[in-house]
Design a protein around this ligand. Structure first.
Ligand code: UDX
Length: 438
């Protein structure tokens, strides 16, 4: 089928590329000439493993096109995917200005009845509002389909081709069946709902996963004070198939562009219907506190941080991405700067983002060794393979007094202590000397 995708951000690009990969003719539209120029040369504006190869392949197969002219793209296409961003307003609500502007552009470019598929994460009821907005600006009929995305940065292509389910919500049966047909070749179970339920499934899913993370982090905090070990506890819990082992990794909280934004938005949505979503508010609060866990421990280990070299390994909110939005690294750096520490950081690809925020207030290193040499303490922020592969002996060899505070539970405690390295990992209460009052 012939499809237009509006927006070549993270969701739009992955959507456009994957729809072309399963055989559709896809034109991706963006207002940024710079992005489109790059994409025409198969250069991806986002970092996502495997995406450039797929762009190249489908452009060569004449199934994938990029452009800035929506009107030209919509001339003979009756399916439009809307994937523009819905950033967070200061009050937590989703900002719909880009979505509304794109809706009006669609209306003005329509030359026939059209199906609009919304992939952007939007509050319940938004699809109906967008439908009205389009109808006010066109003489043609529009049918809406809500098709929330469940893409994880860094493994978006795996999620799109091997996901657990595709959710399609519509109040127009014919449109729903057409978009189900578009998705058939993914060979993933399709779950059909009404428009509003599909919108809610997205928020509820992310809020639930965030809840799992905050829950296990709170259990980790209690483990530290009771002699239990969080890795053993979460493994033991996860063996119960009703609980499941995924998203039970304790650490220094969740970050990124989705969980923080979507939990804030859902809490806000609940508020608009006079529901005080107490549980979700606590999930958010626990997460904010957890991001500073390593700083709290550091302050008990190294007195007077003023002028002392503290090393941060990893800056991205998780591995395989250059995204630093809402990452623990940012609040940790802010906090250590206030304490006057001399901060040295290393991340394989996310340094530029942190540099844009902190400029020359901290030192950006070119590799792990230069980051940890002579450091008073090392904080492990992101579990990149390169960081996981560090041989503990190098901490001993290069650091002033080896203290490693591990926010991602990646090293072997016995090996660390046999080398005389002071090692703290979140949720490990089996080492009495590290029981904290946090
Ligand atoms: C998330 C959702 O997983 C995806 O379905 C959605 O549509 C977009 O948001 P993403 O933000 O890319 O994806 O990352 P994800 O892999 O889910 O991790 C989010 C954060 O949670 C990361 O900071 C990660 O470190 C943290 N996390 C995840 C944990 O702390 N513990 C876990 O067990 C899992």
């Amino acid at each position: 089928m012939e499809i237009v995708v509006i927006g070549t951000g993270y969701v739009g690009l992955v959507t456009g590329v994957s729809l072309s990969e399963i055989g559709h003719q896809v034109t991706c539209i963006d207002t940024s000439i710079e992005k489109i120029t790059k994409l025409k040369k198969s250069i991806s504006p986002i970092y996502e493993p495997g995406i450039e190869e797929l762009i190249e392949k489908n452009v060569a197969a004449n199934r994938l096109f990029f452009g800035t002219d929506l009107q030209a793209a919509m001339k003979n296409k009756k399916i439009v995917y809307l994937t523009v961003g819905t950033p967070q307003n200061p009050d937590g609500t989703a900002n719909l200005v880009y979505l509304e502007a794109a809706a009006i552009d669609i209306a003005k470019s329509m030359v026939q009845d059209t199906i609009v598929v919304v992939k952007s994460t939007v509050p319940v009821g938004t699809n109906e509002k967008i439908k009205k907005l389009i109808e006010e600006n066109t003489q043609f009929n529009v049918a809406m389909v809500s098709n929330p995305e469940f893409l994880r940065e860094g493994s978006a292509l795996v999620d799109v081709f091997e996901g657990d389910r595709i959710v399609l919500g519509a109040n127009d049966k014919k449109a729903l069946e057409t978009i189900a047909e578009v998705n058939n070749a993914f060979a993933i179970p399709i779950y059909k709902t009404n428009l509003e339920s599909a919108e809610m499934i997205k928020y509820a899913s992310n809020a639930f996963l965030a809840t799992k993370i905050s829950f296990i982090n709170e259990i980790a905090n209690i483990c530290e004070k009771t002699g239990a070990n969080i890795e053993q506890v979460s493994t033991g819990m996860g063996l119960d198939s009703r609980i499941g082992s995924k998203f039970l990794n304790a650490g220094i909280g969740y970050g990124g562009s989705c969980f923080p934004k979507d939990t804030a938005a859902l809490s806000q949505i609940a508020g608009t219907v006079n529901h005080d979503f107490k549980l979700l508010k606590a999930v958010i609060e626990v997460n904010e506190k957890q991001k500073l866990k390593l700083v709290d421990v550091l302050k008990t280990e190294v007195s007077h941080l003023q002028g002392k070299k503290i090393a941060l390994l990893g800056l991205a909110f998780k591995p395989e991405t250059d995204d630093i939005r809402e990452s623990a690294s940012q609040v940790i750096i802010e906090n250590l700067l206030v304490a006057g520490a001399n901060i040295h950081v290393y991340d394989p690809i996310a340094q530029a983002g942190i540099q844009a925020v902190f400029g020359d207030e901290i030192v950006y290193e070119k590799d792990i060794e230069s980051t940890i040499i002579e450091a008073e303490a090392v904080l492990i922020i992101t579990e990149w393979d390169e960081i996981k592969a560090i041989k503990p002996a190098i901490f001993k060899k290069l650091m002033r007094q080896p203290i490693v505070l591990d926010g991602r539970l990646i090293y072997n405690k016995a090996e660390m202590s046999s080398l005389g390295i002071k090692y703290y990992s979140v949720g490990d209460g089996t080492n009495a000397s590290y029981k904290t009052d946090y």
